[in-house]
Write a protein that binds this ligand. Structure first.
Ligand SMILES: NC(=O)c1ccc[n+]([C@@H]2O[C@H](COP(=O)([O-])OP(=O)(O)OC[C@H]3O[C@@H](n4cnc5c(N)ncnc54)[C@H](OP(=O)(O)O)[C@@H]3O)[C@@H](O)[C@H]2O)c1
Length: 258
């Protein structure tokens, strides 16, 4: 496929040390492409970087916490100065299951909001500052199908993903005149350490590799919303559309992360 966003040469991905972020890094890794990857776990990040280099990509990897706003901004500026960024994917995120505290305790809920919302803003704002003067480039924000309706099993997670989705959709129109593409990614269940802790059935669970391919296709077309798989997307969309009075009883029966 050809087009302005079809072949990004320099990509930056947060949360690249694991799951969907790692799969995206591997999906894009190819000769002639540079990947700037970050995560917190140095060992896993180095393994992903090595796999991407083996596929022919040039890779720069740095351990960072997305909550370290200044360090993250400095890194984004440094990577963009090295070679102009074409695509920035704000992917790093956590859920209740990622934390030691188990289900959404007050502390874990605050941490989810911090990483999933502030962490994404800490990535996106410095990226906008660099892309705007060039009138080029693309930003992708990792939301979730959980961002279409509040689910009792993951209140803070759903809220964080709803914020990211709506913010990204608004940014798309806001940044279009500046020539910057913005896409919001809304996956259903994807195999990763985040979902590995779920003991309940996950409809249409897919591999991170498959999810990364779908995301790449959507980004190449500059799609506003990359939501998948279709049956789960449709169900999430419908649940978000129907009056809560009609859906509360059903949603109360859904399982929680333990
Ligand atoms: N898996 C799903 O079913 C699913 C569905 C919809 C949306 N999502 C979203 O997709 C994104 C990736 O999730 P995943 O399933 O791939 O989970 P994952 O395997 O747990 O990966 C999460 C990534 O985020 C990084 N991360 C977490 N907190 C961070 C922080 N404070 N600073 C920097 N990096 C941090 C992790 O780095 P370290 O491990 O190195 O700390 C890791 O690379 C998340 O935003 C998630 O909400 C996932």
């Amino acid at each position: 496929m050809t087009g302005r966003f079809s072949d990004p040469k320099h990509l930056l991905i947060t949360g690249a040390s694991s799951g969907i972020g790692a799969a995206l890094a591997r999906e894009y890794a190819a000769p002639g492409r540079r990947l700037a990857l970050t995560g917190r776990n140095g060992e896993r990040l180095a393994a992903v970087a090595a796999a991407c280099r083996a596929s022919g990509a040039e890779v720069s990897s740095t351990c960072l916490d997305v909550l370290d706003r200044d360090a993250l901004a400095r890194w984004i500026v440094a990577e963009d100065s090295h070679r102009p960024l074409d695509l920035v994917i704000a992917n790093a995120g956590i859920s209740a299951g990622t934390g030691a505290a188990g289900a959404e305790s007050a502390e874990q809920a605050r941490r989810i909001q911090a990483v999933n919302v502030e962490g994404v803003m800490n990535t996106v704002f410095p990226a906008i500052e660099r892309l705007r003067p060039r009138g080029a480039g693309q930003i992708a924000l990792m939301s979730s199908l959980a961002g279409f309706r509040g689910f009792p099993g993951a209140p803070a997670y759903c809220a964080s993903k709803a914020m990211v989705r709506v913010w990204g959709e608004s940014l798309r129109g806001h940044l279009a005149p500046a020539g910057i593409g913005v896409s919001v990614i809304c996956p259903g269940y994807v195999e990763s350490p985040m979902t590995a802790v779920n003991s309940f059935p996950m409809p249409f669970l897919m591999s991170a590799h498959r999810a990364a391919r779908i995301v790449r296709r959507g980004l190449a077309r500059n799609r506003a919303r990359i939501a998948f798989p279709f049956p789960t997307y449709w169900a999430a969309w419908l649940l978000g559309t129907l009056p809560p009075g009609l859906t509360d009883a059903l949603l109360r029966r859904l399982p929680e992360k333990s």
